[in-house]
Design a protein around this ligand. Structure first.
Ligand SMILES: Cc1ncc(COP(=O)(O)O)c(C=O)c1O
Length: 402
């Protein structure tokens, strides 16, 4: 007879489309940085749902706010006002140092929203001719999976078979200021960039790139849009990764951790001069700004500030990266990252990161390969030093014994 885990995996593979290739583990419980599988085995979660579970699994503050909001009013409609949205809008604008925010649900949806806003700003305010707006993006980008967004991906698999795509996007090499200057023309409305490319394999741009890029955008009346869906809200050792270069973008796109690890909620935050182009009827979302998600987001933002998630990420991230670099493994090409967003790139001869992730799973550490050769580590930001040490011990074992 098959065990329950095998049955569950079989049913998911049989009745679910195969858009992921999960590791062979069925999770049933989470607590802090640990998760438990259906057979009772514990793992340290070094993935945190692609950086969404910053506050840890089953965070008591998040759960109690969620529960009380659920028992009051989980959802209404944007046809009416609700209190948690007012609290979130105010707090998020304070934290982002922006005038106004617009709530959505998923990250990709917020990226689409930002694209609509900057295009409309370009056409209505900047004076770009109708339907001629251009947005500059970077090669290696990852901004989500919708058609518009994969249309300007440089990753062949993300695009293959999904066209035709929306025009109006120009790609430059990530980190190349000269290419940015060259790509700008009278139709350019925005530069859309991840301050650190997460899905591309934790790629940190050359020092000074963001600052210079921001300057170039200012000079040319181009909106600098930072996609901080993965890097934002504490992950890299600052609230926003742009802060590492003292850059205050014109627009932030946020998601993932904003939902306290339990609710999809995303947002675009920007200045009135640009955001003002959105009028009633221009844009919307059935669930965007619902009271449950907003109440949870407010609690996450308070937690992040009160428990100094950015400070923890900086301190433990620096330590983690230092210790990883000490590991003497024949397979490691480079260890890189900022805060607790860390990538270990393996040499091509290592045979791909997947088998290392499988071996880590056997050892009780959950993570996942990003692209073929990078192991990504992004634990909950509530992780403690002894838990980092526990993960390091297992990682060292796998990297040296395979
Ligand atoms: C930088 C960035 N932008 C956008 C997205 C898409 O977010 P979502 O999966 O919530 O649509 C991601 C997801 O990994 C991301 O890392």
């Amino acid at each position: 007879m098959e065990d329950r885990a095998t049955e569950i995996i079989k049913d998911i593979e049989l009745y679910g489309a195969h858009n992921y290739a999960p590791l062979q583990v069925v999770l049933v419980e989470g607590d802090g940085v640990f998760v438990k599988d259906i057979n009772g085995k514990y793992y340290i979660d070094m993935m945190a749902c692609y950086s969404a579970i910053n506050a840890g699994h089953r965070n008591q503050r998040i759960i109690s706010v969620a529960t009380s909001q659920l028992l009051k009013l989980a959802n209404c409609s944007r046809a009416y006002y609700n209190e948690p949205l007012s609290q979130l809008a105010k707090l998020l604008c304070q934290i982002c140092k922006m005038d106004v925010m617009l709530p959505m649900n998923s990250g990709a949806e917020a990226v689409e929203t930002a694209i609509k806003i900057v295009r409309k700003w370009g056409h209505k305010i900047k004076g770009v001719e109708k339907d001629k707006a251009e947005i500059i993006v970077c090669s290696g980008n990852f901004h989500g999976r919708t058609i518009t967004v994969v249309g300007f991906s440089s990753e062949e698999q993300y695009r293959d078979g999904f066209g035709p795509f929306a025009p109006g996007f120009v790609s430059i090499p990530f980190g190349n200021i000269r290419a940015l200057k060259k790509a700008i023309n009278k139709n350019t409305v925005a530069f859309l960039v991840e301050p650190i490319q997460g899905e591309a394999g934790i790629i940190v741009p050359p020092k000074g790139f963001l600052k210079k890029a921001y300057g170039v955008c200012k000079k040319n009346n181009v909106v600098f849009v930072a996609d901080e869906i993965q890097t934002g809200l504490g992950r890299t050792g600052k609230i926003f990764a742009c802060e590492h270069e003292n850059v205050q973008p014109d627009m932030y796109i946020l998601g993932k951790a904003l939902g306290g690890g339990i609710m999809p909620i995303s947002a675009v935050a920007g200045y009135w001069g640009v955001m003002d182009v959105i009028k009633p009827g221009d844009h919307g979302s059935t669930f965007g700004g619902n009271p449950l998600a907003c109440a949870i987001a407010v609690e996450y933002l308070k937690l992040m500030q009160e428990e100094d998630f950015p400070g923890r990420a900086k301190q433990l991230g620096d330590y983690f990266i230092r210790q990883l670099r000490e590991i003497k493994s024949p397979h490691v090409k480079e260890v890189r990252g900022k805060g607790l967003l860390v990538g270990v790139e393996l040499k091509k001869e290592a045979g791909g990161a997947r088998r290392f992730c499988e071996a880590l799973m056997e050892e009780g550490v959950l993570t996942k390969e990003t692209h073929e050769h990078v192991i990504r580590f992004a634990p909950p930001l509530i992780i403690k030093k002894d838990e980092v040490d526990l993960a390091l011990e297992k990682i060292e074992k796998v990297l040296t014994q395979i």
